[in-house]
Design a protein around this ligand. Structure first.
Ligand code: F6R
Length: 246
């Protein structure tokens, strides 16, 4: 595990974007695993500005998003389809047919989960998986549980997750209660994982995830087993880490 700690959001976003942009430059056919939420916004802004400077092209890249709400129309402003268009896809030359998200409106959810896993398998290994971290240790929407599921599946969102995501909706009641998420097995199969976490409110869970026991009660702790994990933190998120050098 390689942990880097940054003084400003801009520097953190720049470092994450450099990893992502650098990969696309050196491997034009890269397969990227992408995240949504508040954390990656600055990263995508930076990637878009690198792209606009003509540094590389996404024409041959394939992307797979971690998750999508169940039952939220794709054109709802808070769907992850909309998020990705708004923050990244509308500003780069990635062909729409190579940008995959799970379909939370599929009539047969089990078949959709199988289809998504097959698409990922067919693309080969994910070269770089970008991850944020939930306050309860979730990655993707793999919530704490007795057992974690390997592939794409439907999940009941935890109360903490509903509360955290309520900031994007008019009220807590409007937050979809279920989501489709890539499984932890798929996430761990990525060649490289870049975990990005910001804010003092995540300091305790960062410490548990990176230095605590490996347990399904904290899904992110399984990342400790990954051979190529890069962790990018701001000072506030890193404040409870002992013995980890920047
Ligand atoms: C988003 C995702 C989630 C978020 C996590 C942190 O696609 O899979 O695991 O990364 O909930 O969200 P933010 O960045 O909003 O704190």
């Amino acid at each position: 595990m390689n942990t880097l700690i940054f003084d400003t959001d801009d520097k953190l976003g720049e470092a994450a974007a450099n990893i992502l942009s650098g990969l696309v430059q050196t491997k034009p056919r890269a397969v990227l695993g992408l995240a949504t939420g508040g954390t990656p916004v600055g990263i995508y802004n930076q990637v878009v500005s690198d792209f606009k400077r003509g540094m590389f092209s996404f024409r041959e890249v394939t992307t797979f998003n971690l998750d999508e709400y169940v039952g939220l129309p794709v054109d709802h402003p808070e769907s992850y389809h909309s998020y990705m268009r708004h923050h990244l896809f509308d500003h780069i030359d990635l062909p729409a047919a190579q940008a995959y998200l799970p379909d939370g409106n599929a009539s047969d959810i089990a078949a959709e989960c199988r289809r998504y896993d097959e698409l990922i398998d067919r693309a080969g290994q994910i070269d770089l998986q970008l991850l944020g971290l939930g306050h309860n240790g979730h990655i993707g929407f793999n919530e704490p549980a007795h057992a974690l599921i390997r592939g794409t599946h439907v999940v009941e969102l935890a109360e903490e997750t509903l509360q955290a995501n309520a900031r994007y909706f008019q009220s807590l009641d409007e937050v979809p209660k279920q989501a489709l998420t890539m499984g932890v097995g798929t996430i761990l199969k990525a060649k490289m994982i870049v975990l990005v976490v910001k804010g003092a409110d995540k300091a305790a869970i960062v410490q548990s995830a990176l230095q605590g026991p490996i347990t399904t009660d904290c899904p992110a702790s399984l990342l400790q087993t990954h051979p190529h994990l890069i962790v990018l933190l701001d000072r506030a998120a890193a404040e409870k880490l002992g013995g980890t050098s920047p």
